[in-house]
Design a protein around this ligand. Structure first.
Ligand code: ADP
Ligand code: MN
Ligand code: MN
Ligand code: MN
Length: 334
């Protein structure tokens, strides 16, 4: 039986990498997915004279678009000597995740994104000008306020069929802006599932003639940006409030390093307005959606749980963000 295996990888485009994929035909359902390769000179990953890069499968799941036994195959990029390519941020996460595995870190990531039709966000008038001000769109219902739901539903169903750890969806504050959540899962799992969920979103968008952007500030002015709030806990935090506070304070001590690696253009989004804290001032607080890090009210009531790092941009690399959070917080909690 012929299997179509869609090999997916992350390229070397700067400042924000793109997803790439191509199809390998296999004669039967494989016991082990074969390594493969691609032309790195076309993806900013190699010079033309030595263009070969290696794809090493690291996570695979059923392909909900092709159905049957067809597969999606997320892959790491390696050099031909089988060492991790410099754009391979997953390999760096794998080391840190292993080092702190005994603390059992878990992540739930809220991925916000914006739909575009041509050069304008979906729901913005074709004739120019702007829709009514923000207010009714977040978690709204009805054609006056909601744009793109058929695509959102198709994406949700695809993620479930693929077996990804998707935990919810909602319409966002700006029209044409939506969110899905992946997790809670360990650092490698949440990141692998997030990249595949992003790939599915772009891919299904093709069928609807809608493009997806993870631009953190797709419209200037009084319109919300797009983030990727990253919720985090360790086993200690899930049983002690002190540990939650300790983790929040550890994040404060390394704020500059984190902000510099939380997605390109973060200064444009973390302005102190639109439910953000200024990018250059760290703060944390209970229930505070104007803080860098929020401790949900239920966590304070329960005296245990998790924290929400509200700073990561929608265009962040989950391999990088979860690596930094694990190393900073788990080192402080060790
Ligand atoms: P918000 O109120 O910020 O919009 P969401 O419901 O969108 O919150 O997202 C909350 C996220 O927190 C979910 O993705 C969920 O998986 C995650 N989460 C819940 N408990 C934990 C935990 N103990 N550790 C890590 N993440 C968690
Ligand atoms: Mn949310
Ligand atoms: Mn949100
Ligand atoms: Mn949130």
């Amino acid at each position: 039986m012929t299997i179509k295996a869609e090999y997916i990888w992350i390229d070397g485009t700067e400042p924000t990498p793109l997803l790439r994929s191509k199809t390998k035909i296999l004669d039967s359902v494989p016991t082990e997915l074969p390594i493969w390769g691609f032309d790195g000179s076309s993806t900013n990953q190699a010079p033309g004279k030595a263009s070969d890069c290696v794809l090493k499968p690291v996570f695979s799941c059923p392909d909900p678009i092709r159905g049957g036994d067809h597969l999606l195959v997320l892959s790491e990029v390696l050099y031909t000597d089988m060492t991790p390519h410099k754009t391979n941020t997953r390999a760096q996460l794998a080391e840190v995740a292993e080092k702190y595995a005994s603390q059992e870190p878990l992540f739930g990531i809220e991925q916000e994104y914006t739909m575009f039709k041509g050069s304008r966000p979906l729901g913005f008038p074709d004739s120019g000008g702007y829709p009514g001000p923000q207010g009714p769109y977040y978690c709204g219902v009805g054609s006056d306020d909601i744009y793109g739901r058929p695509l959102v539903e198709a994406h949700l169903e695809a993620c479930i069929q693929a077996g990804l750890g998707i935990s919810g969806i909602n319409a966002e504050v700006m029209p044409g802006q939506w969110e899905f959540q992946i997790g809670p899962l360990g650092p490698l799992e949440v990141s692998d599932h997030m990249w595949v969920a992003r790939w599915l979103l772009h891919r299904i968008g093709e069928d609807f003639g809608i493009s997806i952007t993870l631009d953190p500030k797709p419209v200037r002015g009084d319109w919300n940006g797009a983030g990727a709030h990253t919720n985090f806990s360790t086993r200690a935090m899930r049983s002690s409030y002190d540990a939650v506070v300790k983790a929040a304070e550890a994040l404060g001590k390394k704020a500059d390093e984190h902000v510099a690696n939380y997605g390109h253009g973060i200064e444009d989004r973390l302005t102190g307005q639109h439910e953000t804290a200024p990018w250059d001032q760290f703060s944390y607080g209970v229930s505070d959606r104007g803080a860098s890090v929020r401790i949900p009210w239920q966590v304070e009531v329960d005296g245990k749980g998790y924290l929400e790092d509200r700073r990561p941009n929608a265009n962040m690399d989950p391999y990088v963000v979860t690596r930094l959070m694990v190393s900073t917080c788990c080192e402080a909690l060790a």
